[in-house]
Design a protein around this ligand. Structure first.
Ligand SMILES: NC(=O)c1ccc[n+]([C@@H]2O[C@H](COP(=O)([O-])OP(=O)(O)OC[C@H]3O[C@@H](n4cnc5c(N)ncnc54)[C@H](OP(=O)(O)O)[C@@H]3O)[C@@H](O)[C@H]2O)c1
Length: 237
């Protein structure tokens, strides 16, 4: 297999399961050194153990992306372990789905603080470390950032906000050799939402990871800033 990312260092938030875990796996398979995080120390340790089997360069530590000090410590850890970070995948995310009347202030903050403010923290810490060589930032958005739905007030707001944030960041830093791509999937087969039946029609986590790898192979002169990904044959209601 081509080792086209040999010598590159990636930080993947929410890399303990679901989409993030597959992104870690595929990045490390093509030679990148990868630092992952989740909030749970035990699942973080378990993910690192499994993903580094066979010699892949995967390390990790618990980090809650809502906390700037923990995010700074995560990037410092990437520097200690592998010498820096030049690819960042902002994948950590949660959903709380309730009609607005039932949504608590805590629900609102949980969703917006993880899905949007957490990305802000990671992007600023990444920019401090990219240096003149630049870097590549992937935001795992959602089609919910474009299509509102009932019960989605907090989640929709966070993912709509992420789109605006990411495009502005791309415009701010494209001349610093920083590429920013927002990948917006529809339904992906993870534990994010409870299974209500067969899920073979859904996008698989490895499909999203394959998009990250494909984009990393684009010529540096070309910036794909926004990608929508749908199940090709969604379940009919
Ligand atoms: N699944 C879908 O249908 C779908 C569709 C479109 C977009 N997305 C987006 O894709 C991303 C990943 O979703 P997924 O389906 O893979 O979810 P998942 O399976 O529930 O995994 C979420 C990951 O995020 C981590 N995480 C949660 N809160 C965190 C925090 N405060 N700080 C750091 N890490 C945190 C979790 O680790 P801990 O539990 O240890 O905290 C876990 O590793 C999310 O941004 C989601 O909005 C998902």
């Amino acid at each position: 297999m081509s080792q086209f990312l040999a010598g590159r260092v990636a930080v993947v938030t929410g890399g303990t399961r679901g989409i993030g875990r597959e992104i870690v796996r595929q990045l490390s398979e093509v030679g990148a050194s990868v630092v992952l995080c989740g909030t749970e120390p035990r699942s973080t340790t378990a993910a690192v153990k499994e993903l580094s089997e066979g010699g892949a360069k995967v390390a990790g530590r618990a980090c809650d992306v809502r906390d700037r000090a923990q995010v700074k410590a995560l990037f410092d850890y990437a520097a200690e372990q592998f010498g820096g970070a030049d690819i960042v995948v902002n994948n950590a995310g949660v959903g709380v789905f309730k009609p607005l009347r039932e949504l608590t202030v805590e629900d609102w903050h949980r969703v917006v603080d993880i899905n949007l403010t957490g990305v802000f923290h990671c992007c600023q810490e990444a920019l401090l470390r990219f240096g003149t060589r630049g870097g590549y930032v992937f935001q795992i958005g959602s089609l919910a950032g474009k299509n509102p739905f009932a019960g989605g007030a907090a989640y929709n707001a966070s993912k709509f906000g992420l789109n605006g944030f990411s495009e502005a960041m791309m415009l701010d830093h494209r001349y610093d050799n920083v590429r920013v791509t927002t990948i917006c999937p529809g339904s992906v087969d993870t534990g994010f939402s409870p299974r209500t039946g067969p899920a073979s029609w859904k996008i698989q986590p490895e499909d999203v990871a394959a998009i990250v790898l494909a984009l990393l192979q684009m010529p540096a002169r070309t910036l794909v800033s926004y990608v929508e990904v749908r199940p090709s044959q969604p379940k009919k209601n």
